[in-house]
Design a binder for this molecule. Structure first.
Ligand code: AMP
Ligand code: MG
Length: 486
């Protein structure tokens, strides 16, 4: 291990390495020759209580790029497997290295991970690196998600590496410093179940419960409770994605966390025009991860999770399957109930009424039929004039609005605040994300980036002169494609 371990910037422990050895590999980050900090999230650094005073810029670059290890760091790459587009594969951190677990007063224990830190034993044929463009993209969207009040991994910094990476052509290399409640995935449990054995699986489950679900530790059947708790967390998360039109794009089981945070922003995108079949990912030809299919895929992934846990549920495998099935069967109802509640909140319904489902569904049908913008439709319902305003001057919509008014009056409570808290004005619209990233990653010009990030920091607050952020040039989405693992 490196001897250059002195800077005390993090308050590190390394509890993951107490798990059996098969769960990780000790590995040192690749030493980039001239890394440079392009973006540093000062606010997050403060929230994490990082000690950066007295540390020179050069030292900070060295630490954040992995050139030197800060005090307490025992870097590892984590092993995991996963179902990718339905097929089981052995994976693991192929380009990410966990520096350590930082203990903070406000955010608790978090992983500090370098993404694009070079090759690991799990890299397969990959180079262990990433483009500056894709690292900035993860920063931008993960931070936007955080400000939209959606659970997510965070981004502390993006560095340019000073090296080129090859993805059909040469691109500027980048590195992301990711902050996560942990990096335990459904795929980590699949890996444990297949390759580590029952004792290892139990160790992982106990570790996860201790770290993420402390209140179920004392339950009589903690592993059954773990499946229930995951159904709760993941349905909350996916419903929150549906609230803002977020399409994760690659909901493989290795990209579903036990913490309930959104992770891996490769091919994700935001839906503009409402259509549940919306897909932007270049490799999702079947629409497996389409906007409207995310709830179903969450169910599928949790069935894989429950299957991995079977050995801990009952010695008798038939009994274990029966127990797991009974819990899983609660997923569809849980998801629908939460989805309805969320859509009701978007419409200002403080208390649910039996007719709500019809009101919601007729609105969605209208949006789909007239290719209305998902975000702007809710703004118009709130009385905010968007650049699409003319589209809403239409008899069918006006009729729907009267029904909505009547419903609001009936509830006898002011739903305006609820709507304002639920419906964002600003989302990272794809064409703007691309413009901003091209300027930053290719031309090194961060002017648009800073303007855009400022808007995305308070997405529920109307700002002057921002109408260009509320509209999409025609034809843009039709051609828009996103990619994995760049
Ligand atoms: P992702 O699509 O980011 O979820 O990654 C899927 C798997 O591919 C993970 O095991 C990654 O670590 C791995 N991977 C992605 N890009 C690279 C790369 N450039 N080098 C090595 N492994 C990679
Ligand atoms: Mg991944």
């Amino acid at each position: 291990m490196s001897t250059e371990t002195q800077s005390h910037i993090f308050n590190f422990s390394n509890t993951y390495t107490a798990l059996p050895d098969l769960f990780y590999s000790k590995v040192l980050p690749y030493k980039y020759k001239c890394p440079k900090i392009e973006i540093f999230n000062k606010r997050l650094a403060r929230e994490l209580g990082l000690i950066t005073e007295g540390i020179s810029k050069e030292e900070l670059v060295n630490i954040l790029s992995g050139r030197i290890l800060p005090e307490g760091s025992e870097p590892i790459a984590q092993a995991y497997a996963g179902h990718q587009f339905g097929h089981f594969t052995m994976l693991g951190d192929g380009r990410a290295i966990l520096l350590g677990e930082h203990q903070s007063d406000t955010l608790g224990k978090v992983d500090i991970q370098l993404k694009s830190a070079g090759q690991t034993p799990y890299s397969r044929s990959g180079d262990g690196k990433g483009t500056l463009y894709s690292m900035l993209r993860e920063y931008l969207i993960s931070e936007a998600m955080h400000h939209l009040n959606i659970r997510t991994t965070r981004s502390l910094a993006v560095l340019s590496t000073g090296e080129e990476v090859y993805r059909h052509a040469a691109h500027n290399g980048g590195l992301l410093v990711r902050v996560a409640s942990s990096h335990i995935r459904v795929g980590t449990f699949e890996y444990a179940s297949r390759f580590v054995g029952k004792e290892g699986l139990k160790a992982l489950a106990d570790y996860t419960i201790d770290r993420h679900f402390p209140d179920i530790a004392t339950k009589e059947k903690p592993y059954v409770a773990l499946i229930k708790a995951m159904i709760d967390r993941q349905t909350d998360l996916i419903v929150d994605w549906m609230r803002v039109g977020f399409i994760h794009g690659v909901m493989n089981t290795d990209n579903m966390t036990l913490s309930g945070e959104t992770i891996d922003y490769g091919p994700c995108a935001f839906m503009n025009t409402y259509d549940p079949a919306t897909v932007f990912s270049s490799i999702d030809a079947q629409g497996r991860y389409a906007f409207g299919n995310q709830g179903n895929i969450g169910y599928w992934n949790l069935a894989v999770f429950a299957n991995a846990l079977l050995p801990l549920i009952d010695e008798d495998s038939d009994k274990a399957v029966d127990v797991a099935k009974a819990i899983l069967q609660t997923y569809p109802e849980t998801f629908s109930r939460k989805w309805l509640h969320m859509m009701g909140a978007k419409l200002g319904f403080i208390y649910g009424e039996p007719e709500d489902e019809d009101i919601i569904k007729s609105l969605l049908e209208w949006m789909h039929k007239y290719k209305a913008d998902y975000t702007n439709t809710f703004l118009e319902i709130m009385g905010i004039k968007t650049p699409d305003h003319q589209q809403y001057d239409q008899p069918e919509f006006k009729l729907w609005l009267t029904k909505h008014r009547d419903r609001l009056d009936k509830s006898n409570a002011d739903g305006q605040q609820l709507m304002a808290d639920t419906n964002p004005l600003y989302i990272p619209r794809n064409h703007i994300v691309e413009q901003v990233l091209n300027a930053a990653a290719i031309d090194g010009d961060f002017t648009q980036w800073h303007t855009f990030m400022e808007i995305l920091e308070t997405p529920y607050t109307l700002k002057a002169d921002t109408s260009s952020y509320l509209t999409v040039p025609s034809g843009v989405d039709e051609e828009y494609q996103t990619y994995c693992g760049t």
